[in-house]
Design a binder for this molecule. Structure first.
Ligand SMILES: [Zn+2]
Length: 437
């Protein structure tokens, strides 16, 4: 049984991350936060709880990385400066075609190490080899919503027809597996890469088992123009026209949207998975999330895969996101500190299908502790501002997932870091040699 008493310099509490508690404490029992408040008050409730004191630290709700392709850790740094087609044809696809399920498993383990070290308690993934990623997530003991990719010519199952056979069988099989932390959805790659007949079958399966659909939408200008030529409407409008927006949609990117797209997003069970750094690096644009948030559209934040972002850290992603929105709106008031932290944490949990009210009594105990010891965290005039605009993922010292203490004082308690990095370095080297790079 998990029983922890955490004593901290600061806590960012409440369902909107807008309550600062100084000299605070949190009491955890099993997977739940049973008390939060001033340490003098919470202390009176202790009865044999493990005591963890972090006197120069702040507790925040854990981040959710809401859009990943986790085994892409193996592709880190192989191509930073090419246009999309060269990037895909000469680097990403040739690498992925040489990846085995075991390679993907180790790549996913490396991803889990990085997520944990960055204070992230769960991720929403879209990739092939979903069972390898599942195995890694279960060993790491973190949350995962795995949405096996459906598209043509995957290294796991080849043609679109075979991939759909594999994914539909897998997803059907997994719906009866009620794992606490790992769940399944379906991941059609995008409307331009998955023909309508398959999208309709995916919709039937999703509706039958009440599964979310995780899909790339309106990412590039060209994709939107092509859809307008092919279907006389944008990808999001096309999704609505064939009935897919009647289901829960996790739409990655949504960079180029018009008013009609936004009204579809607003009226349906639609969550935008916003990936600001990947969009900048691939030169695709800036998603106007301040408009989405204003309209009441759900937004969560992810990093995208390591091939297009290079790291999985969320502290860097939320500050980038907030700064881009200020720039885009030409208004520094457009996004508040508590709002962007809520989007990166509590809204991510909602997208993952685990409603949370952050660090509040009765909420799930997914908690990240950050050190405020390094120079960039002084002075502490506004601890929440220090979290958003001056903290780094490397400041994360501890992580609780579902009440389990899986990262303590920068030491992994579930994974063997040395073995994983050694194995992944060898895999990457082998594949790059095969590619002649
Ligand atoms: Zn993606």
């Amino acid at each position: 049984m998990n029983e922890y008493y955490l004593e901290l310099k600061y806590i960012i509490a409440g369902p909107s991350c807008n309550k600062l508690i100084r000299n605070g404490a949190i009491l955890i029992e099993n997977s739940e936060i049973i008390a939060v408040g001033k340490s003098a008050e919470v202390k009176s409730l202790i009865s044999g709880h493990d005591k963890i004191e972090r006197n120069n630290h702040i507790a925040i709700p854990s981040f959710i990385n809401a859009h990943t392709h986790l085994p892409e850790t193996l592709l880190r740094g192989i191509c930073d400066n090419e246009k999309l087609l060269t990037w895909l044809n000469d680097y990403i696809w040739p690498f992925e075609m040489r990846m085995s399920s075991e390679d993907a498993y180790y790549g996913a383990l490396l991803g889990c190490l990085e997520l944990i070290e960055s204070g992230i308690s769960g991720f929403i993934d879209q990739y092939f080899y979903a069972e390898s990623i599942e195995k890694a997530a279960k060993e790491a003991n973190i949350r995962a919503l795995l949405c096996p990719s459906v598209f043509d010519n995957t290294p796991e199952s080849g043609s679109l027809e075979n991939t759909w056979k594999h994914v539909s069988n897998l997803v059907r099989r997994k719906t009866s597996d009620k794992h606490q932390l790992v769940k399944y959805g379906i991941g059609p790659h995008a409307p331009y890469s998955v023909p309508e007949e398959y999208l309709l079958q995916i919709a039937d399966l999703a509706s039958e088992h009440n599964l979310p659909i995780h899909i790339h939408l309106n990412e590039t200008k060209k994709e939107v123009e092509d859809a307008k030529n092919q279907f006389q409407m944008s990808p999001i409008q096309y999704m609505q026209s064939i009935g897919l927006t009647d289901l829960k949609i996790l739409g990655a990117h949504c960079v180029h949207t018009d008013e009609q797209d936004m009204s579809i997003m607003k009226e349906n069970d639609f969550t935008v998975l916003h990936n600001p750094q990947s969009n900048l690096k691939m030169s695709t644009g800036i998603a106007p999330i301040y408009k989405y948030l204003d309209l009441g559209i759900d937004v969560a934040i992810g990093t995208d895969g390591n091939a297009s972002n290079n790291d999985l850290g969320m502290l860097e992603e939320i500050s980038t996101s907030a700064m881009l929105q200020k720039y885009l709106a030409n208004d520094p008031k457009v996004i508040k500190n508590s709002q962007i932290l809520t989007v990166g944490t509590i809204q991510g949990m909602k997208a993952l299908g685990e409603p949370s009210s952050g660090i509040s009594k009765g909420s799930i105990a997914d908690i990240t502790l950050l050190s405020f010891e390094r120079s960039h965290s002084w002075p502490q005039n506004n601890p929440l501002s220090n979290v958003i605009y001056s903290s780094l993922s490397s400041d994360v010292t501890d992580l609780f997932v579902n009440g389990n203490f899986i990262y303590e004082n920068r030491k992994h308690k579930t994974l063997d870091k040395n073995e994983i990095i050694e194995k992944c370095s060898k895999i990457s080297e082998r594949i790059l040699t095969e590619m002649g790079k």
